[in-house]
Design a protein around this ligand. Structure first.
Ligand SMILES: [Zn+2]
Length: 453
């Protein structure tokens, strides 16, 4: 075998710069890259390749997830009717008890859910580092390696505890110098700046109400001196607006601008509570957005002005957010959720099926700084590909394949390849045993509840 994979007979939505689509086309994946894509049959070749019969399938770029908290898969189903602040206060004491075992089981489960929903690149925002909990960042990086996803872990942090006017309890915040040291170490140990990287680090103090102004500013300096990206939560709820006005005298976006946090090397989760001027500012500065419609709905936070953000020029990727505020954790839900929720307030043309897919692919890649090699099917791009079944009862008869994917019922992806390597085949995860993943998650969730009393 040459190691190449040839797919023929599938519909293809390339999401390339011309948004080319083929009713029946081919894809060739070789040495981790896309070697060919186009209409009709693949160029003939004599060597022994892996062949996939693409009839009845739609090929898209593997989806990109821009915001998550993998560890939260161990705390699903809690605080079901709470606002964001109430929900956080209910979870902090439980999260304070996580350790390597919790994170290993939760990360594997969360990454498996992403893989099942066609996601090839996942970012994670990990910000709870209890003393003596072990090397949690290394544990989740190992989980991503096992499941086989490209991974952008963000070294999160909290240094503004209750005694200083923040929201989190004092026992789960870290010291600022320790955070900066750990952030630099995370880059040294794990960040791969090379093309095709499987792991890239970003720095990510958690939110305006759990982090000091000094940490925000110093983190931006560190990230820029090391060439890594910046990520945080912003403008998720009205309570956050009030917190920022009271503590900093400005709204969240102005605060981020003051600490040097707008720019094309930054992407921000949520961006729900933005006024028109702020939407324009996001676009002018090319600051990215991780849009998390299902989590925003679960917490009753509102919905980000996606149409306006795209029109202003901001990249808007999709994120499942942590499973404590989105028990599903599957990215196909966000595709559909983004479209439906944009239409609730913006009418039926507010977001098209193709625009929703664009958020989950091209825009997501841009948020993570990977637009040159991810989020599109074109020659030379990374061989991260999702194949979706169109001919089962849930989607059969829908003539437009992209509408079938986005408007039809969510289904596990048929095939997911990352770097050309199969992660999901025939709808089954190939890199881990799903029954074992579920058993481990149930055991570790119960153990965490017990530890938290
Ligand atoms: Zn979040």
């Amino acid at each position: 075998m040459s190691g190449a994979t040839v797919v023929e007979g599938c519909a293809i939505a390339t999401m390339d710069h011309a948004r080319r689509e083929f009713e029946a086309g081919h894809l060739v994946l070789e040495e981790g890259r896309i070697a060919a894509v186009g209409p009709g049959a693949a160029p003939r070749r004599e060597d022994d390749v892996r062949r996939i019969d693409g009839r009845g399938l739609l090929a898209t770029p593997a989806l990109v997830n821009c915001h998550h908290h993998l560890y939260q898969s161990a705390t699903r189903g809690m605080a079901q009717e709470a606002t964001l602040f109430e929900w956080l206060v209910a979870h902090y004491p439980v999260w304070a008890q996580i350790d390597e075992r919790t994170v290993a089981a939760a990360a594997r489960a969360a990454l498996a859910a992403l893989a099942r929903s066609g996601c090839g690149t996942a970012s994670d925002h990990h910000y709870v580092f209890p003393r003596d909990a072990g090397d949690l960042l290394a544990v989740e990086i190992e989980a991503a390696r096992q499941i086989g996803l490209r991974f952008h872990p963000c070294r999160g942090a909290m240094d503004l505890g209750q005694r200083d006017g923040g929201l989190p309890p004092d026992d789960i915040v870290e010291d600022r110098d320790a955070i900066l040291t750990a952030s630099a170490e995370a880059i040294d140990r794990h960040h791969d700046p090379e093309p095709g990287a499987m792991v890239r680090i970003a720095l990510a103090p958690t939110s305006p109400f759990s982090v000091t102004r000094e940490l925000m500013a110093e983190t931006a300096e560190l990230a820029r001196s090391r060439g890594v990206r910046l990520h945080t939560h912003m403008a998720e709820t009205r309570e956050e607006d009030e917190f920022c006005l009271e503590r900093y005298g400005v709204r969240p976006l102005e605060y981020l601008e003051e600490v040097g946090w707008l720019g094309d090397d930054v992407w921000l989760a949520h961006c729900v509570q933005l006024n028109d001027r702020e939407v324009r500012r996001m676009g002018e500065s090319a600051t990215g957005v991780a849009h998390c419609p299902i989590s925003n709905a679960r917490l009753g936070a509102g919905i980000a002005p996606v149409r306006g953000l795209i029109a202003a020029g901001a990249p808007v990727g999709l994120g499942v957010d942590g499973a404590a505020s989105n028990e599903s954790g599957e990215l196909t839900d966000e595709l559909r959720g983004a479209l439906l929720m944009a239409r609730v307030s913006g009418g039926p043309a507010a977001l098209t099926a193709r625009e929703a897919l664009e958020l989950a692919t091209r825009h997501g890649a841009r948020c993570l700084g990977r637009e040159d090699e991810l989020g599109k099917l074109e020659v030379g791009a990374l061989a991260d590909v999702a194949l979706w079944r169109l001919d089962d009862a849930g989607r059969a008869g829908i003539a437009d394949p992209v509408a079938a994917l986005v408007l039809g019922p969510p289904r596990p992806v048929h095939t997911l390849a990352v770097n050309g390597e199969p992660v999901v085949e025939e709808g089954e995860l190939r890199t881990a045993d799903p029954a074992m993943v579920a058993t481990d998650l149930a055991r570790e969730s119960a153990r965490l509840r017990e530890r938290a009393g």
